[in-house]
Design a protein around this ligand. Structure first.
Ligand code: COA
Length: 332
């Protein structure tokens, strides 16, 4: 991005549904155990949205908190990263904007599943770099509990619901909070590794009820997630002229604690630089990176001036990464 046209973080917000579902509660319904889930994923509990709470509702909560953190509700555009939009059509972003009292601004959904937040940051950064917008609200929100088969021990324990957001403003590349460079990728040949086969526009109906739920080839996804996030992180560091040793905090997509640890190991990054909130939030898909940023701010592990490496991986397949040095911003 040109100097003078960078996107700079100026607000941060998070929102989790109040209902906590611990591993023991799941073990009463599924053939699993607290010990298995903790040791294989690092997850102790997750938040689950009640039936009346939708992705739009969660996004409005997190977006409102980010605007409060920014100290202003003036934005020209809203980019919502989600793969659990309230409806197949239209996009949810305009309803989120209206819910925040921002009817009239540009609003669009970005669907890159668990990489959605990094993709949405790049989209918003592009709007700012092109001069189309001065300030953009970027929200990641997903309610993946609705896509998981309640009988499937392979997916249900992993996912949680939630939303996180940042406000970006126009600024310069050398100031704290400036985001970039980016590295983004996809591979649609591997879409079947993580997919909800039915209910979309191609196959509206299926005789098999399982086709409406997420199917996942977990072990293969695990391998791809570590390799692709590490590869992308190296690329983005090269582009920025930085070394792995320059990274203070690695805020990766929170899919599995072992994925975060293995990715850090592949990068040669000390484990104490890994930010992990998956233990209490689970995999919240597009919300996971901003929720991890907010938790790390709250517990003091993320401080102004820290160089942050963000990397994500998700269904599609999609993956990508970006960098920023953390500004003096606290969750609203
Ligand atoms: N409780 C108890 N046992 C379980 C279980 C559960 N919740 N889920 C699977 N198992 C069993 C399997 O049936 C298998 O049993 P078997 O050896 O008798 O066949 C055994 O545990 C090992 O299963 P496996 O799938 O090889 O485990 P794993 O170590 O790969 O862990 C995941 C499974 C899903 C936790 C792991 O693969 C993962 O996290 N993958 C990535 C998922 C992901 O990140 N998805 C989102 C991407 S954005």
């Amino acid at each position: 991005m040109q100097k003078g046209h960078s996107a700079v973080v100026t607000g941060l917000g998070a929102w989790l549904p109040p209902r906590v579902v611990g591993n023991d509660e799941l073990a009463q319904r599924l053939d699993t155990s607290d010990e298995w889930i903790r040791s294989r994923t690092g997850i102790r509990e997750r938040r689950i949205a009640d039936p009346d709470t939708s992705t739009v509702d969660m996004a409005v909560h997190a977006g409102g908190n980010a605007l409060r953190s920014a100290g202003s509700d003036v934005v020209d555009a809203l980019v919502l990263a989600t793969s659990t939009a309230d409806q197949l059509c239209p996009a949810s972003a305009p309803q989120v904007a209206s819910g925040l009292g921002l009817s009239g601004i540009a609003a669009l959904d970005v669907n890159a599943v668990c990489s959605g937040f990094v993709y949405a940051l790049a989209t918003a950064g592009g709007l700012i770099a092109a001069g189309t917008a001065d300030r953009v609200l970027v929200i990641g929100a997903d309610v993946f509990s609705r896509l998981c088969d309640p009988q499937d021990r392979g997916t249900l324990p992993i996912f949680g619901d939630g939303a996180g957001a940042v406000v970006l403003r126009r600024g310069s590349a050398d100031e704290p909070g400036a985001i970039g460079p980016f590295d983004l990728h996809s591979d649609g040949e591997l879409a079947d590794l993580l997919i909800v086969p039915a209910g979309g526009a191609k196959q509206r109906e299926s005789a098999d009820p399982h086709d409406y739920f997420l199917t996942m080839q977990g072990t293969t996804v695990f391998r791809h997630a570590c390799a692709r996030m590490a590869e992308s992180a190296r690329t983005v560091l090269d582009r920025a002229g930085l070394e792995v040793g320059d990274v203070d905090r690695f805020v990766g997509h929170q899919a599995n604690l072992r994925i975060l640890q293995a990715t850090a190991k592949q990068l040669g990054l000390p484990q104490d630089r890994v930010v992990a909130n998956i233990g209490h939030a689970g995999n919240t898909s597009a919300a996971s990176i901003p929720l991890a940023l907010a938790d790390a701010c709250d517990d003091g592990s993320l401080q102004p001036g820290h160089r942050v490496l963000m990397a994500a991986f998700g269904a599609g397949l999609t993956w990508g990464s970006t960098l920023l040095s953390w500004p003096d911003v606290k969750p609203g």
